[in-house]
Write a protein that binds this ligand. Structure first.
Ligand SMILES: Cc1cc2nc3c(=O)[nH]c(=O)nc-3n(C[C@H](O)[C@H](O)[C@H](O)COP(=O)(O)OP(=O)(O)OC[C@H]3O[C@@H](n4cnc5c(N)ncnc54)[C@H](O)[C@@H]3O)c2cc1C
Length: 379
């Protein structure tokens, strides 16, 4: 590996690996069938994972981009849902960390570190890829506060979150410079939370529609400068894409491990199927691709940790990891033959989970536009 983990990072990895083995992996099938696992969330919060990204002065672990990547990577080897849950929480809490006033940081970061769940709300039913087209509005109220109207769709952790970071138009005439971010508590009057979405995969994460009916927010609910919300959200997505890349690497490894155990046991034509060259080639390609996913993702995490702009690299890492993860999961399903089609053997669940990563946090098409445009514009 180009990136050498520090001793502390190796400890974080071992702790996350142990937690995944003992607590997360055994619950993944249950979550697929039953939804968000509150017991597991409490264990995860008690173990301190919710605040790893938050500075110690606010009660967190003081971890950086590589530390969080390590944890998401390890969690995803046991459950993509649990890794995605934690990542969505960190991403939203990070917005307070990077753009909040001192008072907002003192109010919200200790709560995020202690286990209150955060969610990041950009997408709406009519605006996903075209994020600048959001219709939710926040209008100044006579008392200096804000009146929030509109709604959001597909927000990870919605329905279980304690706080939402919501992007809304404060000045539609200014386009993306008229979008601002707000901190919305779950008990705000006028916040209506719809039923949980019946999703194809990542069924252990909670996803609902949110409706905002004239919600009154105090003036200090505004996060960062008025009109800065779009830039804040795009920067948050750069970090989120690193997480999706390591998550996809971990998920692909999970699938390959199941396929490997199967290939070493299943007998056909008098041999274990792993002895056939046609099956070995699949493992050659999958293992090389997983290594490439890890290298791209950790290299980009190192850029983020060093404070280097990583918009292009995060998009590349996410595009590569997400597309290959889906294909690897499908290949692993193929290795299991008929059993790959059965819920009992787990790989079919991983196939369903994997697909989301080609859609969320920038679809393949949007990332290709971003990457292609950037590469072509480079001198
Ligand atoms: C399970 C799940 C969890 C999610 N979690 C969150 C979350 O926590 N917070 C949040 O804000 N959002 C979240 N999302 C939303 C997600 O980011 C959007 O679904 C995604 O950005 C795509 O937007 P859309 O669904 O509106 O599709 P659309 O934007 O309508 O796109 C539909 C299709 O058209 C393609 N397309 C669109 N524009 C172009 C173009 N210019 N050129 C070529 N092709 C194009 C897209 O690539 C896609 O294939 C989540 C989504 C899911 C499914």
């Amino acid at each position: 590996m180009l990136i050498k983990f520090t001793e502390e990072q190796q400890m974080i990895r071992d702790m996350a690996r142990e937690f995944t083995k003992n607590e997360i992996a055994p619950r993944d099938k249950w979550m697929d069938e039953n939804g968000f696992d509150y017991d597991l969330y409490h264990k995860l919060a008690d173990a301190g994972f919710m605040g790893i990204n938050i500075p110690q002065e606010y009660g967190g672990g003081g971890g950086g981009a590589i530390d969080t990547a390590i944890i998401v990577h390890e969690f995803a080897k046991g459950s993509a849902s649990e890794a995605a849950f934690l990542d969505a929480h960190w991403m939203a809490a990070d917005l307070v960390l990077h753009h909040g006033t001192d008072a907002q940081k003192k109010t919200y970061l200790p709560q995020a570190a202690a286990g209150k769940i955060f969610a990041f709300g950009l997408t709406e039913a009519s605006a996903g890829s075209d994020a600048a087209g959001i219709k939710s509005t926040a209008v100044k109220a006579s008392d200096g506060g804000w009146l929030l109207n509109g709604g959001k769709a597909w927000i990870t952790n919605s329905g279980v979150a304690d706080f939402y970071i919501i992007l809304a138009m404060t000045n539609p005439e200014k386009g993306t410079n008229g979008i601002s971010a707000f901190i919305l508590p779950k008990d705000a009057k006028g916040l209506h939370i719809g039923k949980f979405e019946d999703k194809m995969g990542l069924r252990g994460t909670a996803t609902c529609e949110l409706a905002f009916d004239n919600i009154h927010l105090p003036a200090d609910a505004l996060l960062g400068a008025e009109g800065a919300g779009f830039k804040q959200a795009m920067a948050a997505l750069d970090g989120g894409r690193i997480s999706v890349a390591v998550l996809a690497a971990g998920l692909a490894e999970h699938a390959m491990k199941i396929a490997k155990d199967y290939a070493n046991e299943r007998v056909a034509f008098g041999k274990t199927i792993g002895k056939f060259q046609g099956i070995q080639y699949k493992f050659a390609d999958m293992s090389a691709e997983i290594r490439a996913m890890e290298l791209l993702a950790y290299d980009t995490a190192a850029m983020k940790a060093a404070g280097v702009r990583h918009t292009l690299e995060a998009a590349q890492a996410k595009l590569f990891a997400a597309t290959r993860c889906t294909q690897i999961c499908l290949e692993c399903q193929q290795i299991l033959g008929g059993n790959g089609y059965s819920r009992e053997y787990h790989v079919e669940r991983l196939v369903r989970d994997a697909k989301l990563f080609e859609i969320g946090e920038g679809t393949n098409e949007i990332l290709r536009m971003l990457i292609g445009g950037t590469v072509l514009a480079k001198k």
